[in-house]
Write a protein that binds this ligand. Structure first.
Ligand SMILES: *Cc1c(COP(=O)(O)O)cnc(C)c1O
Length: 433
């Protein structure tokens, strides 16, 4: 299969799209054409990894990784991705638990898959590839965990010192020697600017062979579409109904993967995007004008995005807002509503949800009653509540037990190098000075 940039560049191979992340013309890679499936194509596939192998096989048709696909998927999904029924009277509503990976958030899936692919593509190269990642919390931990101890790969994680929670900081700083954790004296925007400056610096790029692992890499989207295939097929086989999904949305990577699965023919009903107070997408659907803006800080911080980059892919695939709004729902959820939803989920379901997941449970509770009745719904849980205990615990008046994966991370020793927000300081840290 060939891949093209949303802005026209191409064709490139999957392997090059994985290595590059972003296209040279600034666009995002998409396959030339999505493969089409019928439910019967998955008849012999029972488990998530078997379903994933059927779904992703065409994408790897001409890839050097073709024969490794099963192994790559087995490495990616070495944790369960269950759907659990919620106690809702007379209706079929469940939670897709994407938080059982090493850092207890759904980004573990994309990061793990990308690491498994890149480490194979780079296996025979002498100098390591350096993944640069600026993070405000979740992404950096998932990427560090995924590339930890991978031969031929190095990761530099840049995070704003003092502006991530203690638990988050620990998750960014507790890895092996191939992960360099850099606490930057500055904001998240400073970290991001540093990463951009380093990548644009010819000498530094040659010396370190920079690459990125952010959510615009096609290698993060492909594996995310597999859990929507798995959950929808299991639901359809059991009930004969196509479930709808409500998806906490920031940069639109997770939701785009669901849309992609639906376009490929998986039994998926309506898709609803739940955003926080950042309303770029809902305003677009309402006014038909795309107006990216600076992000607002909210309780669902991993969704604080004012310029969702994957909108470019969505428009390429489905069309502009006049078409998009017929195919997708969108709901913007305020911080007050997030707090109320966390409390209601705990009261009604006995379930502690994270602030991101709470946007989805809110959107489901407040949807058009007819939509709520007509469809079965799967609400997507993107992170474990224990990652956001300082927000969740006071609201529910109970402590959230640490899941085993977070407990094991928090028991490791942590170390970080402090730098100021200048390119010279980053360069020195990368050289080990
Ligand atoms: C990144 C993230 C999101 C948003 O996902 P996108 O793919 O950026 O839309 C939602 N919840 C959590 C916990 C996240 O880490």
């Amino acid at each position: 299969m060939k891949y093209f940039s949303t802005r026209g560049e191409g064709p490139v191979s999957l392997d090059d799209a994985l290595r590059k992340g972003i296209a040279g013309d600034g666009g995002l890679f998409l396959p030339e054409q999505l493969p089409g499936f019928e439910v019967a194509d998955f008849a012999a596939a029972g488990t998530l990894t078997e379903i994933a192998a059927v779904l992703l096989r065409p994408f790897f048709a001409a890839s050097a990784l073709h024969d490794d696909l099963e192994q790559i998927l087995a490495e990616t999904f070495d944790f369960p991705v269950p759907t659990t029924r919620l106690p809702v009277d007379g209706r079929n509503v469940s939670l897709l638990e994407l938080y059982h990976g090493p850092t207890a958030a759904f980004k573990d899936v994309g990061a793990g898959f990308l690491a498994a692919c890149l480490s194979r593509l780079e296996a025979d190269v002498e100098s390591p590839l350096t993944i640069l990642v600026a993070t405000s919390g979740d992404t950096g931990g998932a990427v560090a965990a995924a590339f930890d101890q991978r031969p031929g790969m190095r990761v530099a994680v840049l995070f704003p010192d003092g502006r991530v929670s203690e638990r988050q900081a620990h998750q960014l700083c507790c890895w092996s020697d191939n992960v360099l954790s850099l606490k930057v004296q500055g904001s998240f925007d400073d970290c991001q600017a540093l990463v951009k400056a380093a990548m644009a610096d010819g000498d530094l790029s040659t010396e370190h062979r920079f690459s990125s692992a952010n959510s615009i890499n096609i290698g993060r989207l492909l594996p995310q579409s597999t859990y929507y295939a798995d959950a929808s097929l299991r639901h359809f086989r059991r009930t004969g109904n196509k479930p709808g999904f409500v998806i906490p949305t920031g940069n639109l990577g997770n939701a785009f993967a669901c849309v992609m699965a639906r376009e490929m023919g998986l039994p998926i009903g309506p898709v609803v995007l739940a955003t926080n107070a950042n309303k770029t997408i809902s305003d677009y659907f309402r006014t038909l004008e795309w107006l990216p803006r600076a992000s607002l800080q909210t309780l669902a911080s991993a969704m604080d995005v004012g310029d969702p980059s994957n909108m470019e892919r969505l428009r390429k695939l489905l069309g502009d807002a006049d078409r998009l709004r017929d195919q997708l729902g969108v709901v913007s959820v305020s911080d007050t509503e997030i707090e109320a939803s966390i409390q209601q989920d705990f009261r009604e379901f006995g379930l502690a949800v994270c602030p991101h997941t709470a946007t989805a449970t809110h959107a489901w509770r407040h949807m058009d009653p007819e939509d709520a009745q007509t469809h079965d719904w799967i609400l997507v849980a993107t992170a474990h509540a224990a990652k956001f205990e300082t927000i969740v615990e006071p609201l529910i008046g109970a402590s959230v037990p640490l899941p085993p994966e977070l407990e094991s991370i928090l028991s490791r020793p942590a170390k970080a190098v402090a730098i100021d927000a200048r390119l010279e300081s980053l360069a020195a840290a990368l050289r080990g000075d």
